[in-house]
Design a binder for this molecule. Sequence first.
Ligand code: R5P
Length: 291
Amino acid sequence: MTKFTVIGGDSSADLAKRIARKLKAPYIKTEKKVFPDGESKITINRIPKKSTVLVVQSTYPPVDTNLLELLSIVSKVQKFSSKIFAIIPYMGYARQDREFLDGEIITIGVVGKLLKASGVKKVLTVDIHSKLALKELKISSENVSAMEVLVKHFKKMKMKDPLVVSPDLGGKERAEKFSKLLKTNFIALKKHRDRRTGKVSILTGKINVKNRDLILVDDMISTGGSIIKATQFLKKQKCRRVFVACTHALLVNNATKKIKNAGVSQIISTNTIPGESAKVDVSRVISDALR
Ligand code: R5P
């Protein structure tokens, strides 16, 4: 059996502790001090014994700070262990996985280079935005899905004739998986995002969702733009309630309030990003993949 040591970065300390408990592995805390100029200084409060070291740190906002902290921890640990896995439950920059407009940089590729250079041997993510992002990391990697644990949560909720909805065609596979586990059906909306302005619009025509409870399933919510447009469209089609299930709830720029105002009854997310909506724990999913 692999011997693990878990180190929790500042952005994922609670999740890291849960993973350590599940793996029956020692847990090492990190301490963080922020200088007046914004630089952070990380201290590892113990040196790991000979083992595979798991450094757990999601790279949600402040993305660059959390990423640099992760790289700093890894480069320190590299002195004591040659086997370091970066557990990055929410992987920032994963949406920058291709050159959408000429001259754009595939930043997820840059992140991969930095991880490799600092000493990471393998990366583990949860519901990364796309398979392409994982490929662009160009480092040994594995992605696990939170859909099963999210569905478990929804199974406990009382729903009327539930229908799973993906806000875009890109999320079709995810919604299909969710609906199969929930033993219901699914649809995928056709979404358009203007690459220059970021404006989102729904291109799907009339659909029959009258009096049904709907679950919008997505990998992540950032500004809420996609979910708001989808909800406004679905409400026009006379559905009953709209719930949101997502793995990563960034909820930036007052998104929660805007989403609720659009008519969403509840947002349920996982603890890849801590917050009010993070009701579902992914530590079991992660630890099972490591055993
Ligand atoms: C898009 O392809 C993603 O799956 C999400 O739907 C999107 O990135 C969420 O961003 P926002 O909440 O800003 O619309």
